[in-house]
Design a binder for this molecule. Structure first.
Ligand SMILES: Cc1cc2nc3c(=O)[nH]c(=O)nc-3n(C[C@H](O)[C@H](O)[C@H](O)COP(=O)(O)OP(=O)(O)OC[C@H]3O[C@@H](n4cnc5c(N)ncnc54)[C@H](O)[C@@H]3O)c2cc1C
Ligand code: FES
Length: 278
């Protein structure tokens, strides 16, 4: 059992939890994830490690409340326990010392971007970040990034923070203004990562992305998280979740991600799946 040390509501859809998980905290690296089960009967849900503290033996997760299991998790409070918290899973993100990086985070993808950018800063890299969301309420963790980044830019659909438009609009503006980057790390919805890669490819800027396909066992056994990268089949849970964005077949990923849409949108009339019957 894993104790919830802290819970914070970041915006109406997104929450943060600091969980006492000594083994994960000792071993984890930016880019890796955990799979948790809220209770004994719970589904296994993968969540990226947003931060960790080796001394306090804690791991921070940031999750969007979207369906049955994340609602169940959201019903838990400080002092409560999570049944399983397995990890660290996946490969650490490929973090190397470069001169200058631009981290681009969209929505809840801002959370996994944070530990990667923090580690790059520790390596002496010049770090700029560009955070995007539907409105200013959907931009999370800005204070945490502001503590260490060199420049921070925002893009919102309604213009309530930063430029009015997509992160790709701001990326184009930065490149047109002559900003030079050796690496872009983009984490967010597939459609966002695909659009970013289209721009960075043209400008020959190496780009890493983080994929979050449906995962079931998280151990490379079930094949649920299959993705095509550079023409080869990879399993995001053991080979990723971070990959070279130029090589990812985004169209296939998007098609596979929408495979269970009907089931996910189905609200059972006898109450199973509404998240309130935990
Ligand atoms: C490696 C990885 C890291 C992730 N990190 C985060 C994170 O840091 N924060 C965050 O908010 N979300 C993250 N997700 C997505 C998160 O796992 C899903 O939001 C969660 O499982 C939804 O469960 P649900 O029962 O509440 O929703 P459901 O109603 O079951 O599904 C809602 C949506 O969640 C996604 N989803 C559902 N089950 C899974 C699953 N087993 N594997 C992957 N996606 C699923 C689907 O796209 C679906 O449309 C990550 C996914 C992966 C694969
Ligand atoms: S989740 Fe089963 S192979 Fe990756």
């Amino acid at each position: 059992m894993y104790r919830i040390i802290k819970k914070e509501i970041l915006n109406p859809d997104v929450e943060l939890m600091v969980v006492h998980a000594p083994y994960v905290a000792r071993k984890c690296e930016p880019g890796q994830f955990i799979i948790l089960r809220v209770d004994e009967d719970g589904e296994r849900i993968p969540l990226t490690i947003a931060d960790y503290d080796r001394k306090k033996e804690t791991v921070t997760i940031i999750y969007q409340v979207v369906g049955y299991s994340t609602k169940k998790l959201s019903n838990k409070n400080e002092g409560d326990f999570i049944n399983d918290f397995v990890g660290p899973l996946g490969q650490p993100a490929p973090i190397h010392k470069v001169k200058r990086v631009l981290g681009i985070g969209g929505g809840v993808g801002i959370a996994p971007l944070y530990p990667q950018m923090k580690k790059m800063k520790d390596l002496g890299v010049q770090v700029d970040v560009l955070l995007g969301g539907r409105t200013n309420k959907h931009i999370i963790m800005e204070n945490m990034f502001e503590e260490f980044v060199d420049n921070i830019y925002y893009a919102t659909n309604d213009g309530s923070k930063g430029i009015k438009g997509f992160v790709t609009d701001k990326l184009l503006e930065l490149l047109e203004n002559g900003e030079k980057y050796d690496l872009v790390v983009a984490i967010g919805p597939l459609v966002m990562m695909k659009a970013i890669v289209n721009i960075t490819k043209e400008n020959n800027i190496k780009t890493n992305v983080s994929l979050n396909p449906i995962m079931i066992d998280g151990t490379g056994m079930c094949g649920g998280c299959r993705v095509t990268v550079g023409g080869e089949t990879k399993f995001a849970c053991v080979d990723g979740p971070d990959f070279d964005g130029f090589l990812v077949d985004f169209d296939e990923c998007m098609q596979r991600q929408s495979m269970y849409k009907e089931e996910e949108e189905h609200i059972c009339r006898i109450g199973i799946g509404d998240g309130n019957n935990a």
